[in-house]
Write a protein that binds this ligand. Structure first.
Ligand code: DQA
Length: 143
């Protein structure tokens, strides 16, 4: 069975409360429950991790190198400037899929840039919680 890791980055613990026009009113616990149900439907063994700290996300990516077959990563604001997270993704050989709840390209210009996109296998954004589910579909289909 493929093992996949879903990482929620900074401020994503407050989804449901935080800026509902961008991120919806559903809380992270409910989104996580849907992620786990969908992973099971796809025959994936799924772990979910959330941190507001850059180093903790990097440590988890390093751990994923040997413990998981793929990663779904919403790096939050780190997406736009963390070269350290980019380097961690580049250092591990498993596919990492960049996801965002919101359509970052329809928002402020600073959100249009992703420093992690070039080292990710692909990206999915703008579908709310479904971005995570589609990313799981992609990982399940990848060899
Ligand atoms: C986000 C988009 C980022 O620009 C923002 O900083 C977030 C959430 C999203 O899921 O839409 O924290 O990653």
């Amino acid at each position: 069975m493929k093992k996949v890791l879903v990482i929620h980055g900074p401020n994503l613990n407050l989804v449901g409360i935080r800026e509902p026009d961008h991120y919806g009113t559903e809380g992270i616990a409910d989104i996580n429950a849907e992620i786990l149900v969908h992973a099971e439907e796809l025959g994936l063994d799924c772990e979910i991790f959330q941190s507001n700290h850059e180093g903790a996300i990097i440590d988890k990516l390093h751990e994923a190198r040997t413990a998981f077959d793929g990663v779904v990563l919403n790096a939050g604001a780190y997406t736009h400037y963390s070269i350290a997270i980019r380097d961690a993704i580049a250092a591990i050989k498993i596919p990492v899929i960049e996801v965002h709840l919101s359509n970052v390209h329809a928002r402020e210009e600073f959100r249009h840039a992703s420093v992690i996109a070039p080292v990710c296998a692909g990206g999915i954004f703008g579908f709310g919680k479904h971005s995570y589910l589609v990313a799981l579909d992609a990982l399940a289909r990848m060899k």
